[in-house]
Structure formats: C-alpha cells, structure tokens
Design a protein around this ligand. Sequence first.
Ligand SMILES: NC(=O)c1ccc[n+]([C@@H]2O[C@H](COP(=O)([O-])OP(=O)(O)OC[C@H]3O[C@@H](n4cnc5c(N)ncnc54)[C@H](OP(=O)(O)O)[C@@H]3O)[C@@H](O)[C@H]2O)c1
Length: 297
Amino acid sequence: MKVLVLGSKGQLGRCLCDQLGVTQYEVIYTSRAEIDIGNLVTTKKKITDIKPNVVINASAYSAVDKAEEDRQTADLINHLAVANIANTCKYLDCWLIHISTDYVFDGAANKPYSEDDGTNPQSVYGCSKLNGELAICSSGCQYLIIRTAWVFSEYGNNFLKTMLLLGADHDELSIIGDQIGCPTYGPDLAKAIICTLPFLELFQQNEIYHYAGNSSCSWAELAQSIFDEAERVKILNNKPNIVMITSEEYLTLAKRPINSQLDSSKFEAKFGHKASDWKLGIRASIRSLYNPIDIKK
Ligand SMILES: NC(=O)c1ccc[n+]([C@@H]2O[C@H](COP(=O)([O-])OP(=O)(O)OC[C@H]3O[C@@H](n4cnc5c(N)ncnc54)[C@H](OP(=O)(O)O)[C@@H]3O)[C@@H](O)[C@H]2O)c1
C-alpha cells in the first residue's frame, strides 16, 4: 500500500512520520514545499504522478483567529483544496483520510458530540473545515473523515508548549475555565489514523468518525495538569497559580464552542482502538521536550 502524507511538517504530520516510518507501508511525505495544496492544478498533477492508494491529508489552515481576517485563504486551504484532493482521489480510485475538527459544532449541546449531531460552526475556520468535509462527501471518493480536538504534542505550536513557556516566568496565569473539550495527544491521533489503514479495503465504507482524548476538561484544568506534571518531573520549580476566567473575559477574534467534547465510541467500536489518556500524553510530551538528547523540539 502506497500512502501519501500531505502536510508532513505540521504537528500531526510529524507524529504520522514518526510512526509510519516503522510500518510496512510505502510512504511518501510531502510538506508545502513539495505539494502546496493551494495550487490546485499542480496538486492534482503531483498526486496523480505519485498514484497513492491512500492520501492522508494532515495539512490545514489551522490559525483559528487569523482565519477571521483571512477568510479567502482559510476557504482555499480547508475547503477548495480539500475538494480538489478528494476529486483527485476519486479520479485515482484511492482513499482519502482527512482530519477535521470539533469546531464544526456550535458547542450548545450538553453532552459529547457524536458524528450524527448537527453541525453549526461559529467561526470562519469551523465553516471552512465543514465545507471541506461536505466537499469530500459529495466528491464520490472513498474517504474517512476523522474529527479531532485540542491536539497537543512535542511538535509545532500548541497549548501545552505555550503553557510551559508562560509557566516558566509567570506566577499567575488567567486561563479559560468554561470551555470544555477532550485533549488529544498528537502521537495517539497518528496511531489511531494508522490503525484504520488495514480496514480500508475490508469495510469499503465512507464515514465520519470522532477521535479525541478519553476524558474531558477545561483549558484551565488542562493547564493545571501540565503544570502538575512539569513540577513532578522538576522542570518547573514554582508552578503558576491558575485563575479561571470565562470566555467572556478573554475575547478572541474567533468564537470557540463552549462544549467541544467529542464522543469517540463509534471509532472505538469500528477499529477496536481506544480513545487515549491525554494525561499520559502530557507526560510523554514533557519527557520528549526535556530530554537533552532529543532533537525534536
Ligand atoms: N491542532 C488542533 O488543536 C486541532 C484540533 C482539531 C482539529 N485539528 C485538525 O487536525 C489537522 C492537523 O492539525 P495540526 O495541529 O497538525 O496543524 P498544523 O500544525 O498547523 O499543521 C498544518 C500543516 O498544514 C500545512 N499547510 C498549510 N497550508 C498548506 C498548503 N497550502 N500546502 C501544503 N501544506 C499546507 C502547514 O504548513 P506550513 O507550516 O508551511 O504553514 C502545516 O505544516 C488539521 O486538519 C486541523 O484542522 C487540529
């Protein structure tokens, strides 16, 4: 099986590279430098030349607030480029595994979101990601769409790394306490994506799945867990005091869902792969970031 990874230098892309490298699959990794998915004609030609059996699209316009002021680029990368990739996959008769987001929901539900719940994105980013999903579904290609949430890891820019940087020189931090989600450790998401590969030909079913961490918390609770672990392994001497604030008190350009929880049970049942424990992910990220012989930082 020939697997093409788009966006291989992003957070998830790098987690995928780490793990796909030790599988039996033939894997081609491309970042923006090799395939700029915003260039539709070139992208179609390059993917067609590679002739993959599976395309994993780990690329995205992921700057949620910036998207509010750059709607056109967000739409190009998260929607039109995704439609182009899906059409190319249809043409090649190859699978598309695409990653989407909890931000397709409005957050008004009082339970974790399942795949059948109605979408209602509140931000430009969320709309562009939903339009990407819809374009895949109507393209006629074979696909899996995996929605995830609150991804963190030792790679890229993410909440865990921001907290560790801020925590090093602040005695007190104000963190949002009224948005609830399921943090997802990037390498666990990569593992989940890879675990679907042997099933693709067996199931022959186009589906949307949710895959996120196995329990929920607020941003403030997530920050507390990060600082607790950092203190435990002695990389922070004085962990900052966390002051919980509301979303109203910390206004951002893009509106985020109050309830971002994703129910991963459909994925767990279909692939026999459990949603993972993000607290272990915090431990693993910190161990990787502060290992002096680790060059991944
Ligand atoms: N991070 C989260 O908390 C989160 C939550 C829910 C869902 N997701 C979804 O999970 C997926 C992976 O996210 P991530 O955290 O890995 O994001 P990320 O670190 O921002 O990675 C996205 C990658 O896409 C690349 N990209 C952007 N425009 C491109 C283009 N025109 N051509 C080719 N590559 C391009 C970026 O390259 P450059 O670095 O060159 O821009 C970057 O390497 C995305 O679909 C995202 O929507 C993420």
